[in-house]
Design a protein around this ligand. Structure first.
Ligand SMILES: Cc1cc2nc3c(=O)[nH]c(=O)nc-3n(C[C@H](O)[C@H](O)[C@H](O)COP(=O)(O)O)c2cc1C
Length: 260
């Protein structure tokens, strides 16, 4: 295990340099602060290329082990969209939306995606360090496999509890719900990227979990390991689309400085 942890605590001797653009923080703050949950949209369409740009930005959200456990269903078919609106309890945010997305977290795509990562590394002229190959070949399967009837997950939880008495160990995921949580975390970050992207392009969104997930899964023929994380509506904000001022409780209720 100690060699397995090298990926976390060693800095690779890379020559790669990511360009860092100048950022206008005021514009960023404007985007974040003007994002509101909009429940009524105008009849104005969103150009297809803007939707695609926003989806591109959603897909570059940070995600666990870069295993990208998300899927975005952009429901464009008229009948399916109507059924989706119904499954969202015909909320105005869904009913008046120009575009509707169902954002899904998957717990069974990590294996395929780990293989894709390895294939990608193999095809690159400058291969990443060995530890990275080792990570996707050995560590990822060890961390995310639960085995038949969760047997492996159970054994892992016992092993980690014992080893964990002596040194830090990864405690999760060791069961289905923890694996689901793992996938949902990354997917929710992508949802936020999508909503902020629409705002940056002058459009608005409403995240929704007021829906019948079973009906949505049936409508989109989603596989068993899919969790509907949220549906997101998008469009041009109507004047009466925001129901009231943004309310947040005081900062010190949520931000805890740890000084002692
Ligand atoms: C996961 C999630 C589910 C939500 N579900 C709904 C929903 O079903 N219908 C709705 O009108 N708003 C929904 N909202 C929007 C929240 O009510 C809203 O974010 C919150 O009241 C704060 O308002 P703001 O987004 O304008 O800051 C949801 C938000 C999130 C993050």
């Amino acid at each position: 295990m100690s060699s397995d942890q090298t990926i976390f605590n060693s800095v690779p001797k890379f020559t790669y340099k990511e360009p860092v653009p100048e950022i206008n923080s005021e514009e960023f703050e404007k985007v974040v602060r003007s994002r509101r949950s909009v429940r009524v949209f105008k009849d104005t369409p969103i150009p297809e290329d803007i939707v695609n740009k926003c989806l591109d930005l959603a897909l570059i959200a940070p995600n666990s082990s870069n295993l990208q456990p998300w899927e975005f269903y952009w429901v464009r078919n008229k009948e399916k969209k109507q059924q989706l609106v119904k499954a969202c309890f015909s909320q105005p945010a869904a009913e008046t939306a120009q575009e509707l997305f169902v954002v899904v977290a998957r717990t069974k795509t990590w294996k395929r995606h780990a293989r894709q990562m390895l294939d990608l590394f193999h095809s690159q002229s400058t291969a990443p360090p060995k530890a990275v190959f080792h990570y996707y070949k050995k560590i990822v399967p060890m961390v995310y496999s639960l085995g038949f009837l969760n047997i492996l997950g159970f054994l892992k939880s016992i092993a980690f509890s014992v080893i964990g008495l002596f040194r830090p160990v990864p405690r999760e995921p060791v069961n289905k719900s923890e694996l689901k949580l793992w996938a949902v975390k990354s997917t929710a970050l992508a949802c936020e990227n999508l909503m902020l992207a629409f705002r940056a392009y002058g459009y608005d969104t409403c995240p929704m979990e007021g829906y019948d997930s079973k009906r949505i899964k049936k409508l989109l023929e989603l596989p068993k390991d899919a969790t509907v994380v949220m549906t997101i509506s998008a469009g041009v904000r109507d004047d009466k689309g925001v129901y009231g001022q943004q309310i947040r409780f005081s900062k010190n209720q949520f931000v805890k400085e740890v000084n002692t």
